[in-house]
Design a protein around this ligand. Structure first.
Ligand code: HAM
Length: 428
């Protein structure tokens, strides 16, 4: 038993896992560049009020899953680790007066989030999201731009069979009347409700539709549906979003019980699932419109929409498909030497090659040449560059480790020779 372990629900991303991770992140960053969503970084923690106000005090995320931090001394502030990125980004939008910029302001953020949830497969206490937001555009076209962007992410990352689940959850014009109907419906079944849901019936009946409790499944399926009670403006918006998505050829599945787990949503709500993996806690990503959020956090009324895609679940899906691409491309060459004690000579040559941009390691142990060569082969290097007597005349031996061949190269040509080989090393 080790003395210490990583905290429950957290993971060390060892290099073998980090390699597919980096490839997935590279897809996200490249898409952000092509679609014009530059990067914003916000603090890993915020005043708790940012999350309580934005996400809602009677959501699971705030009520049960917030990692709260103790401030010290004078500060008397209450902080929490960010459980998601949207609230912090909108806080930054207001704080920095971004409404004077051309609208919408498009932003993206890739980083760790924290939820004090019960850990299980695909659910961690520290996980990573790629979050994308467009603030200042009422849609509907921007809704489709974002939904298509998320959809493209999965296809470029190589996740197969991803479907968009889509719904509209209305706005302050039509939701109150619907909530009354919903409350009536659940009140009629009060006796069958689990205690937490019975309590939420009083505070926020919409939350019941997002319940993780399996006992709620049948009740939820038969509950009145918000899409059937949208006001004309919301209905028109929803139809236009679907029409845009049809033009972009994004297949969607209308999902009338989709309400999302955070309170700030209005109108468009969507989630990404893999076919056959559509249960609770299996969403690969999700998002929606939040037309009231900027105002809620102290800004002028401004519409917004965004999504967050789970990087952990994306990599898991790739592993399940055996498509995570395996280990990272490693060392191209290892500099070894006939004189075990000449570590400085090996390090100097390796340093020169690295400065030229090549992935080269020097053998820094003081063992004989045979052992150094074995080490280089075990590491998976393509070449061993052997520093020996020919060094005096400006030559080294280059051994192709997989092929077992060896040749003499002038030092002056070494860099060019390795660079040419590197292309086939990466692609071969
Ligand atoms: P969310 O649905 O709470 O939305 O999270 C988005 C995605 O993050 C989930 O679909 C899932 O892939 C991943 N995720 C969430 N919790 C965990 C966890 N405990 N372990 C692993 N992965 C997890 C939001 O966070 C919103 N801020 C999305 C958004 C942006 N809406 C508008 N803009």
């Amino acid at each position: 038993m080790p003395l210490f372990r990583a905290p429950r629900g957290t993971r060390d991303l060892l290099p073998a896992l980090h390699a597919p991770w980096e490839r997935v992140e590279a897809v996200a960053r490249d898409l952000a560049r092509r679609y014009g969503y530059p990067t914003i970084e916000t603090p890993l923690f915020e005043q708790s009020g940012v999350f309580e106000r934005a996400i809602g005090s009677d959501t699971d995320v705030v009520e049960k899953e917030l990692f709260r931090l103790q401030s010290r001394g004078e500060e008397q502030e209450s902080w929490a680790l960010r459980p998601e990125a949207t609230a912090g980004i909108v806080r930054a939008y207001v704080q920095h007066g971004m409404r004077t910029l051309p609208q919408p302001v498009r932003l993206s953020l890739l980083g760790p989030m924290f939820r004090y949830d019960r850990p299980q497969a695909g659910r961690y206490r520290q996980f990573w999201q790629w979050d994308v937001e467009a603030i200042g555009d009422p849609g509907p076209a921007i809704d489709a731009e974002l939904i298509e962007l998320g959809y493209r992410f999965y296809s470029e990352a190589g996740v197969e069979g991803v479907k968009v689940h889509l719904n509209s959850i209305g706005d302050p014009a039509c939701r109150p009347a619907y909530l009354e109907r919903l409350a009536e419906y659940f009140s009629a079944h009060r006796a069958a409700l689990p205690p937490l849901e019975r309590q939420r019936l009083e505070t926020n009946p919409l939350r019941l539709l997002d319940s993780k409790d399996p006992e709620m499944e049948v009740l939820i399926a038969q509950a009145p549906r918000l899409v059937e009670h949208l006001c004309p403006a919301c209905a028109e918006h929803f139809a236009a979003v679907q029409a845009h998505l049809a033009v972009l050829e994004v297949p969607v599945r209308l999902e009338p019980t989709l309400v999302r787990g955070l309170d700030y949503y209005t109108r468009t709500a969507f989630e990404y699932y893999r076919e056959g993996a559509e249960g609770q806690q299996q969403a690969l990503g999700g998002g929606g419109r939040y037309d009231g959020l900027v105002e809620l956090l102290g800004g002028k009324a401004t519409p917004g929409i965004g999504f967050a895609l789970g990087i952990d679940r994306t990599v898991l899906a790739l592993q399940e498909q055996d498509r995570d691409g395996g280990a990272p491309a490693g060392t191209l060459a290892v500099v070894v030497g006939a004189d075990p004690d000449d570590t400085a000579g090996r390090l100097r040559l390796a340093t020169r090659l690295r400065a030229a941009g090549l992935a080269v390691r020097a053998d820094l142990g003081r063992r004989r040449l045979g052992r150094q060569l074995e080490g280089a082969a075990r590491e998976g290097a393509h070449f061993a560059v052997i520093v020996g007597d020919e060094m005096a005349e400006g030559h080294v031996q280059v051994r192709d480790l997989p092929a077992g061949t060896q040749r003499t190269e002038p030092l002056a040509d070494l860099e060019r020779y390795l660079r040419r080989a590197e292309a086939s090393h990466h692609h071969g």
